[in-house]
Design a protein around this ligand. Structure first.
Ligand code: SAM
Ligand code: DTB
Ligand code: SF4
Length: 325
């Protein structure tokens, strides 16, 4: 049963379950709702990098921190499509384009992004974008261009949010997510752990996600990648058990969502990642770079899939199943 009325107490009880029991429960629910043998492989591309006006304390692309990220203007469409083709050939079924923007503006850059979306969609991949805040009209234009998903993370709880970002509000984020929904684009929304949040903050974020009128189809769980020059560079490394708890809890309360083991894999062993898959994660980002930070090599991930007997998930699986019925 899919629920949208989880209380914080209920989520806390799940999150605090003894670890092996929690993993067992999450694995059982995962098996009931999803094909546990498959993991979706996605590729990220930073189409506009660095120089961002915002002050997100974790982010290497904020102009105000000295992180050594090279500023790069919006890429050309043809170049982006070449990357998308390579990603497809390497087995990715979802291609996500990220821009270091506060928000989308109605200008030629946006028109170029719409062309990129059309191009990637025509290649038969699920196309996703993460471009900052969006109006309903902009979301509609992206939908018309063939956008499958829009990523916009809550990042943390409402209570902890102001310690991480001051240049836009939690409600701004929820408004963008609402605009995406209204345009009929699927929602990709999750957060980051390791920002100095409490366990209750994590539970609060999961509650906001799971109590949306419709669960996000995709929930990325990121472990903070600590980048020199950002205010959070000296935060402690995320404990793998916290990552496992987060993934398992997300899986139990949002059984059908794609739970994505997102940033942080470069610092995880295969055994640790296997625990995350056991706990219900069913997607990764492949390729040696996320947006600006390192990610495991393609060959390493191939070897991991072979070792664990995982197979990559096909594109548009949900839609195909609906059509078949
Ligand atoms: N500028 C747009 C925005 O903020 O919505 C899109 C790109 S932004 C880089 C996308 C997401 O990447 C952020 O919301 C955050 O969750 C994640 N992210 C950024 N830096 C990260 C880091 N150092 N570690 C983990 N996740 C990070
Ligand atoms: C998400 O939740 N994680 C991805 C994707 N959505 C856009 C981004 C992770 C970025 C990590 C830092 C970097 O590489 O710049
Ligand atoms: Fe800019 Fe997005 Fe980074 Fe925040 S997370 S600084 S909005 S690129």
């Amino acid at each position: 049963m899919i629920r949208n009325d989880w209380t914080a107490e209920e989520i806390k009880e799940i999150y605090d379950t003894p670890l092996l029991e929690l993993v067992f429960r999450a694995a059982a629910i995962h098996r009931e709702y999803n094909d546990t043998g498959e993991v979706q492989v996605c590729t990220l591309l930073s189409i506009k990098t660095g120089g961002c006006t915002e002050d997100c304390a974790y982010c290497p692309q904020a102009a105000r921190y000295n992180t050594g990220v090279n500023v790069q203007a919006l890429m050309q469409k043809d170049e982006v499509l070449k990357y998308a083709q390579k990603a497809k050939e390497a087995g990715s079924t979802r291609f996500c384009m990220g821009a270091a923007w506060r928000e989308v503006r109605n200008n030629r850059d946006f028109d170029r992004v719409l062309d990129m979306v059309k191009g990637v969609n025509a290649m038969g991949m699920e196309v996703c974008c993460t471009l900052g805040m969006l109006t309903e009209e902009q979301a509609q234009k992206l939908a018309e261009a063939g956008l499958h998903a829009y990523n916009h993370n809550l990042d943390t709880s409402r209570e902890h949010y102001d310690d991480i970002i001051t240049t836009r509000t939690y409600d701004d984020r929820l408004q963008t997510l609402d605009n995406v929904r209204k345009a009929g684009v699927t929602v990709c929304c999750g957060g980051i752990i390791g920002l100095g949040e409490t366990h209750d903050d994590r539970i609060g974020m999961l509650q906001t996600l799971s109590n949306m009128p419709e669960h996000p189809e995709s929930v990325p769980i990121n472990a903070l990648v600590r980048v020199a020059g950002t205010p959070l560079m000296n935060n402690p490394k995320v404990d793998i058990w916290d990552m496992v708890r987060m993934i398992a809890t997300a899986r139990i309360i949002m059984p059908k969502a794609m739970v994505r083991l997102s940033a942080g894999r470069a610092e995880m062993s295969i055994a640790e990642q296997a625990l995350c898959f056991m706990a219900g994660a069913n997607s990764i980002f492949a390729g040696d770079k996320l947006l600006t930070t390192p990610n495991p090599e393609f060959e390493e991930d191939n070897a991991m899939f072979a070792l664990l007997g995982l197979k990559p998930r096909v594109a548009f699986k949900e839609e195909k199943e609906v059509c078949a019925h």
